[in-house]
Unconditional design. Structure first.
Length: 315
């Protein structure tokens, strides 16, 4: 059952037709979704990354609307305006990484309730790419997928920190202390404390400033580092996915040469063994492909639009 939820339309810079709703998952977590009914060629399911929120993707909905598609976006459990899972709402947390698949199921049910046009397509960024890949492997009914810097591995610097993260998060996983923020993780949202010159997200000064401004205008959207349990669950899930064959689905993947958030080797490895998948390496781009310099954004939307167009008549 859907009920009206807040959507900060001016902040989102999305199509005027956007509306937000509260939905419930199978385990009774309240999620916020937003639907932009801007086209009848199909619907783009937009899976954001960790710490993100619907308003960040208003311009993406605008782009897909111009192509003739509607867009459905979600605040994952534990972030955005969806239910936070810990008393300290600043810490990103999940009990099991598979719990995100209950969020996916609720989004699909909402798409049906809202009578959004078919076929469905997937656009997934960062953590959304991890959730999305699992969903595809488990039968997500999309005709094609486009990934932006998917979290199929996490970048650790120096590399020895990968071993440390595995050991510490595994030891803390079954303990209540595992709900605490992971050692060394940010305690203040990244786009608030980081300077543009040293940021790892975008080379577009305007878009980077907008990300920080969103959180200052609506502090309830803020999220900082993950819990130790989230980190361990994510590491386990990425390793499980790495061992699986690629799905039989037309796909694109975009990755920047200046990527420092996710593991580029894992992305290259996955796309090398995805028979009907193609990897685009964006020169100079950082993590946020859809919030990068205009020519990078144009490359992403043009190629993604061409992929979806090739399959838009296959309902």
């Amino acid at each position: 059952m859907l009920s009206s939820a807040p959507l900060y339309k001016k902040m989102a810079r999305g199509p005027k037709k956007g509306e937000a709703y509260w939905i419930r998952t199978q385990d009774n977590i309240r999620l916020r979704i937003a639907a932009w009914k801007t086209g009848n060629k199909g619907t783009v399911l937009l899976f954001p990354g960790r710490t993100e929120y619907i308003e960040k993707y208003g311009l993406s909905a605008q782009e897909f609307g111009a192509m003739g598609y509607s867009t459905l976006c979600v605040d994952w459990r534990g972030q955005g305006l969806s239910d936070r899972l810990l008393p300290d709402r600043n810490v990103g947390h999940v009990y099991l990484f598979s719990d995100y698949q209950m969020d996916v199921a609720a989004v699909l049910e909402a798409a049906k309730t809202l009578s959004l046009p078919k076929p469905l397509f997937l656009v997934a960024h960062s953590m959304g790419g991890c959730i999305g890949l699992r969903a595809i492997m488990e039968g997500l009914p999309v005709k094609a997928a486009s990934f932006s810097a998917p979290m199929w591995g996490i970048k650790f610097n120096p590399p020895i920190m990968r071993v440390v993260a595995w050991i510490l998060s595994t030891l803390l996983h079954p303990l209540k202390i595992g709900r605490a923020i992971a050692p060394g993780a940010d305690t203040v949202p990244y786009t608030i404390h980081e300077n543009f010159e040293s940021n790892g997200l975008s080379r577009d000064a305007g878009e980077f400033a907008v990300m920080g401004q969103h959180l200052r205008v609506v502090p309830d959207l803020c999220l900082s580092g993950p819990s130790s349990r989230w980190l361990n669950e994510a590491l386990r899930e990425m390793l499980r996915l790495h061992k699986k064959p690629s799905p039989n689905l037309p796909s694109l993947c975009f990755m920047g040469t200046s990527e420092t958030t996710v593991n580029k080797t894992r992305i290259i490895n996955r796309m090398a063994r995805w028979d009907n998948g193609n990897l685009t390496v964006c020169n100079g781009a950082k993590h946020e492909i859809m919030m990068e310099l205009p020519h990078i954004r144009e490359q992403f939307y043009t190629k993604t639009g061409q992929l979806f167009e090739a399959h838009s008549d296959k309902a």
